[in-house]
Structures are given as structure tokens and as C-alpha cells.
Design a protein around this ligand. Structure first.
Ligand code: MN
Length: 268
């Protein structure tokens, strides 16, 4: 694990009645249904704050994609976010797919960057927010890859490459990751999950009772011990049946899962 500052960034949630958490939307031009579900969600939700816990995009090779002629999809996402940001606080922490999102994207979409992990403080609770990949300790190969690609040196070398070369590297990394996942399926081994001891250490270090994260695409509510909990967000896929467009919502003292179809039914 990389070194983290002793004091995490703390977001004060006490002024908000409704806070939404979403993760792993993996938005891409090839999946217009999921993008539309996301745009509908932004239009419909009455949350005062939305926390996007990483992998908003399937891939992000640098903010300069926004200037490309072919980046209509990415620009559309930015416009929808910026529009929502007029009436709602939007926060983003980086996932393993879109950790290269940087200040130009954040400025145009009016989204505020979060450190991973960070703390969300309500009247009674302190939630720890993370993408989750840093705690998948058993996947040593991924952890060494992660340390490499998160180093400032690697990032500046990568961003210095022509955009076509970066797109090619991203395709190769994605193909490799799909190969690894296929191997895991064949071997019937479990997909890497977060390390419970490491989760408890993070929670105790930041004086939080509940970790909220994504990354594993295995939505769950888990009790880590008698006083600590881990809530795992679902990924989004509007093409699957039933569609996965789940949101974790914090209202009052309650955390609950809601979905876009429910909201349309209840006309929020
Ligand atoms: Mn991820």
C-alpha cells in the first residue's frame, strides 16, 4: 500500500438531506443505453450531493481527448455533469480505469476531485469512501501494476505520448485484463476481493464505521466485525437484463439501494 497522509480529506455532509453514491459506470460510446441511464439519473435524482467512486469511464487516456473531433461522447458526458453541478455537488475519486482524469476534465464538468480514501461526515457517522482497488491485496500482480501506473513519472511519460499511442496502450492493457479475468473464470478461483484486515485498519485509522466502495462489481453489505461494515456498490450496465443502474442513497441515518426505474415510478 502506498503511504497516505494521516488525516484524510473530510467532506461535511451535514447540510444535505440526500446523498447518492455511484461507481463503475464504465461509460463508453459503444454503450449508449448505460450512458442514457446515467443522464436520466442525473436529471431525476433529488440528491444534493453525488459521489462517483471511480470508473465513471471505461477508459480515460488524458483530458486532451476532450479536444478530439471524435470525442463527442466524452463532451456530452461533461455537459450533463456540468448541468447537474449547477444544482448539486458532484464529487469524483479515481478508479483504475479513469485515474488519468485531471484538472481540465474536472474544470469543464464542474466535478470536485476527492482523494482515495476520503471521509464523509454526517451528524452521527463517518463513512470512508474509496474505489477499493488499493485494498485488493491478494492480487499482487495488480498491486505492482497499480504502483507503477500511479507514479508521477509514469503518468507524465504516458501523457507525453501522442494520443493514438496512448489509445493503443489502453487497448492492450484492457485486452490483458480481460485475459486475466477469463483465466480466473476457467480456474474457478475467486475474483480478487478487498482484504478484510486492511479494510479494518483503514476504518480504524480514519475513525470511520463504514467503508463504501466499488471496483469489484459485487454489490454487498458486509459486516467486518461487531462495529465495522463494508458496503459494495454495483457496477452499471443498462444492456443487461435486468438493467443494473443501482445507486446507494444516504437519507437521514439510513443507507439504502435504489434504482432508476423506481425513481421514475415514484416521480421524484
Ligand atoms: Mn475498478
Amino acid at each position: 500500500m502506498s503511504a497516505h497522509p494521516l488525516t484524510a480529506q473530510v467532506i461535511d455532509a451535514r447540510a444535505w438531506a440526500t446523498v447518492d453514491f455511484i461507481s463503475d459506470l464504465h461509460l463508453q460510446a459503444d454503450d449508449p443505453l448505460t450512458a442514457q441511464a446515467f443522464f436520466d439519473y442525473l436529471r431525476l435524482t433529488h440528491a444534493q450531493a453525488i459521489f462517483i467512486l471511480g470508473d465513471l469511464f471505461e477508459v480515460w487516456i488524458g483530458d486532451d481527448v476532450l479536444e478530439l473531433d471524435g470525442a463527442e461522447f466524452e463532451r456530452q458526458c461533461v455537459l450533463h455533469l456540468a448541468q447537474k453541478a449547477q444544482t448539486c455537488a458532484l464529487y469524483f475519486l479515481p478508479g483504475n480505469r479513469d485515474f488519468l482524469i485531471s484538472k481540465d476534465f474536472l474544470k469543464s464538468s464542474k466535478v470536485q476531485a476527492l482523494a482515495d480514501p476520503c471521509v464523509l461526515e454526517t451528524q452521527k457517522h463517518r463513512f470512508l469512501l474509496s474505489h477499493g482497488d488499493e485494498l485488493c491485496l491478494s492480487d499482487r500482480e495488480y498491486q505492482s501494476f497499480r504502483s507503477l501506473v500511479r507514479s508521477p513519472q509514469w503518468i507524465s511519460n504516458f501523457l507525453a505520448q501522442p494520443i493514438e499511442q496512448r489509445a493503443q496502450s489502453a487497448r492492450e492493457m484492457r485486452a490483458k485484463s480481460q485475459e486475466v479475468q477469463a483465466q480466473i473464470k476457467i480456474s474457478a478461483n475467486a475474483f480478487p476481493d478487498l482484504d478484510t484486515e486492511a479494510c479494518l485498519q483503514w476504518l480504524s485509522k480514519h475513525n470511520c464505521h463504514c467503508l463504501i466502495h466499488g471496483h469489484t462489481h459485487q454489490p454487498n453489505d458486509l459486516s467486518l466485525d461487531s462495529s465495522h461494515q463494508r458496503v459494495v456498490l454495483s457496477d452499471w450496465d443498462a444492456q443487461s437484463s435486468p438493467a443494473r443502474t443501482q445507486v446507494l442513497r444516504l437519507e437521514g441515518e439510513e443507507l439504502k439501494r435504489v434504482s432508476i426505474s423506481t425513481w421514475q415510478d415514484t416521480k421524484i
